[in-house]
Write a protein that binds this ligand. Sequence first.
Ligand SMILES: C[S@@+](CC[C@H](N)C(=O)[O-])C[C@H]1O[C@@H](n2cnc3c(N)ncnc32)[C@H](O)[C@@H]1O
Length: 232
Amino acid sequence: MPSWELCQIDGALVLQPLSGLAQGVVRVDFVTGRTAYRIRRGGGRKGELARAIGIPRANRGLRVLDLTAGLGRDTFLLASWGCAVLALERHPMIHALLADGLRRAWADPETAALLDDDPQRLQLLEADAREYLKTIAPSDFDVLYLDPMHPSRQKSAKVRKEMQAFQEVVGSDSDDAELLAVARASGVARVVVKRPVKSDLLAPGVAFSQKGKTVRYDVYLLPRVGETESLD
Ligand SMILES: C[S@@+](CC[C@H](N)C(=O)[O-])C[C@H]1O[C@@H](n2cnc3c(N)ncnc32)[C@H](O)[C@@H]1O
């Protein structure tokens, strides 16, 4: 197994292999990368992720707690669509990469404008979401969002080198079902889970799913008062 180190290249923090045997360098780039390109072209605002979160029907900016920030692509998209996102990442190296990418994003006027120059739109914490969820009140957030690593992603021969490196460092999130259970017990009204489109449900009880070509967003809703009785 290669080990990985963080180092500075051209003013950005990058993750690269210590041994030189493995390939792949990972860095977060919202200034010139694919996420910013997609946002600048207006892509996705009415797509599956936005609909699963409830953005098209909301009449205000939703408060989203992203429990699995990773390299921050979903977080950045949600923030650019008007949500106030607090992103949590527990792996220190991944947290450092994302924090560095966000620092460069805020320093670039065009990229900061994608978030309306508002620091409240995207905040990042190094934390394990299972612990953090114990500290919140149900009214603190409108939506909890989870995108745990999925085992099938690790087997895919097509995953890009960057993704392979990311997967080697993070490993598999084998506690994903536990995280979903803690999220659903938090009392926040809506919990959204991103899954490969053909994978099993992480837990039963999905209210509806938004399906794309490769991924699916499973939406869990808190039962409304009286709903349990009416189902009996
Ligand atoms: C598949 S990646 C998320 C990708 C992200 N949605 C994106 O758009 O870049 C999953 C990430 O969640 C993190 N993670 C998994 N379980 C977590 C937990 N309980 N608390 C905080 N972070 C967690 C992992 O360390 C990993 O970086």
